[in-house]
Design a protein around this ligand. Structure first.
Ligand code: ATP
Length: 358
């Protein structure tokens, strides 16, 4: 049985449905990110799990027990929010001790638990500081220690790293993930940053307008996106709208809506490619190879329209098949001698393309 189970969670505000039958099941110790654009319902989902908001329909259970009728303080959930919400007049030790005092733990035990929690977040020695005497990253760690000190069965993190600058943020991502793995706590993390979700998660739930569009491992989400929204939100992709015709031995003719056509390789395994189906062919920019070698021609001819360089990669905007395709190559790939205006051939492996619905 899953450790956390959310079934058909539904919520409307003033007649406007903001969550529509959300289903999530997590094994113990799983790190899940809720990923999606602003307003898709991530925070509302979290607030319902925490008990700050009640659902119209659906159930939430932890360890097989429904928590729907429990007030927030009885749910045994640790939380860290973007603003940390540390008590400014209390010391670090007092902030971390707060939840234990509410539980009426003995002073000796509190001291021990606070010391353990601060050691876990590498803040031993900072006990007597006030929050304003700490850096943003340190405040973040105090908030984490405070959330974990009561040994909750679930940890909720809402955009909790977004106030940190880029370098500190990526260092905290690694630290957070290491702590989470070490104590094995089931975690839900809210973010609208796809890279952050990819870095941290065992599983990602991609949300749009109150629904989960896809839930899976970062690898599944990236390599087998369920639709164009997921493919476009997690990473980038080129979309070629068209119809599959004349499916035959290992390849099919794909006629684009703009009249152009190409032969696409069909992988030996994977979804059935029914002839005559309207679909969208999705191909990631980094999966497209470029060559000027005519003998290697694949039938897709293009012209390089624009080149951008960001050190580690080159991005080529290539006009091909009546539209612009984005192609991304590593700086070490020997492709970087292409010039603007040059004619090239494009190719990709069958297993790297996906046929999607909108
Ligand atoms: P963001 O990334 O911007 O925080 P989000 O994905 O967390 O967005 P939510 O905060 O869950 O989205 O909001 C989902 C929708 O519900 C939005 O349209 C929001 O305006 C609406 N909403 C949230 N809380 C309330 C409320 N208390 N009353 C009315 N509408 C609300």
């Amino acid at each position: 049985m899953a450790h956390l189970e959310i079934n058909r969670l539904t919520k409307s505000f003033h007649g406007n449905r903001v969550l529509d039958r959300i289903d999530i099941a997590l094994e113990k110790g799983t790190f899940l990110s809720l990923l999606g654009p602003s307003g898709c319902g991530k925070t509302t989902t979290m607030r319902m799990v925490a008990g700050f908001e009640s659902q119209d329909e659906g159930t939430i259970s932890i360890g097989g027990q429904s928590i729907d009728s429990f007030p927030p303080y009885k749910r045994n959930i640790g939380m860290v929010f973007q603003s940390y919400a540390l008590f400014p007049h209390m010391t670090v030790a007092q902030n971390v001790a707060y939840g234990l005092e509410q539980q009426r733990m003995s002073r000796g035990d509190i001291r021990k638990e606070v010391a353990n929690a601060l050691e876990m977040v590498q803040l031993t020695g900072y006990e007597q500081r006030k929050p304003k005497q700490l850096s943003g990253g340190q405040q973040q760690r105090v908030a984490l220690a405070r959330a974990l000190v009561t040994k909750p069965s679930l940890l909720l993190l809402d955009e909790s790293l977004s106030a940190l600058d880029k370098n500190l943020r990526s260092a905290m991502q690694i630290e957070l993930r290491m702590i989470q793995k070490e104590i094995g706590i089931t975690t839900i993390f809210v973010t609208h940053d796809q890279e952050e979700a990819m870095t941290l998660s065992d599983r990602i739930a991609v949300m749009r307008a109150g629904r989960i569009e896809q839930i899976g491992s970062p690898h599944e989400i990236y390599e087998q996106p369920a639709n164009t929204f997921v493919a476009g939100f997690v990473g980038q992709s080129n979309f070629l709208k068209g119809t599959l015709e004349e499916a035959g031995e290992g390849r099919a003719r794909y006629v684009l809506d703009n009249g152009n056509s190409l032969f696409v390789p069909i992988p030996a395994s994977g979804p059935a490619y029914a002839q005559g189906t309207g679909t969208i062919l999705s191909i990631r920019p980094e999966k497209i190879r470029l060559t000027r070698d005519v003998s290697a021609q694949t039938g897709i001819k293009g012209t390089i329209k624009f080149i951008t360089y960001v050190g580690s990669t080159f991005t080529y905007l290539v006009e091909a098949l009546g539209q612009e395709l984005k192609v991304q190559r590593q700086n070490d790939s020997n492709d970087h001698s292409f010039r603007q205006g040059e004619d090239v051939w494009l190719a990709w492996n069958a297993e790297h393309q996906t046929l999607l619905t909108e």
